[in-house]
Write a protein that binds this ligand. Sequence first.
Ligand code: ZN
Length: 178
Amino acid sequence: MSQTTTLTQPAVPATIEDFMAQAIAMEFEAVERYQELADAMETHNNAEVAALFRKMSVIENKHAEQMLAEMGWSEIPPGTSAQRWEGFESAEVVAMDDIHYLMTPWHALQLALKAEQRAVRFFEALTEAAQSEPVRKAALELLEEEREHVELILGWLKKVPQPDSDWYEDPDPPRYDT
Ligand code: ZN
């Protein structure tokens, strides 16, 4: 399903249009993943964690819409994102494999934190690699935005209890008998 690629120096899109198209696509990917995670948690009656992932999906969606508006686009223009950045897929996306149905808000937030920190590193690299001033500025803005997401999650983390080390022991485990 999800592949872990190491974040290497991304190949930088030359134009601001290409850059934003890629960045917006990445945001929407993050939105989708956070929604999937929320759905998965709901399926397992973990409403608390579902709500946190739902909240992150709303935040990322707002961000993506904002970026579209900035470009004066109603959607990502076709043809702009032909070439994907290296390491692109893994940048802001929580890996489905990391999800456990008994996870607590603390775990969910750790995963979200990792994803957002990856996004920060990603845009940091892009800021340095950018070949043109508009691209560099746009990358810098996104970098700031992602840093805010990290701060937000760190703030939430302070408010949730850290689970015991035996959190994954289910007293009433689900059965998969046929
Ligand atoms: Zn983010």
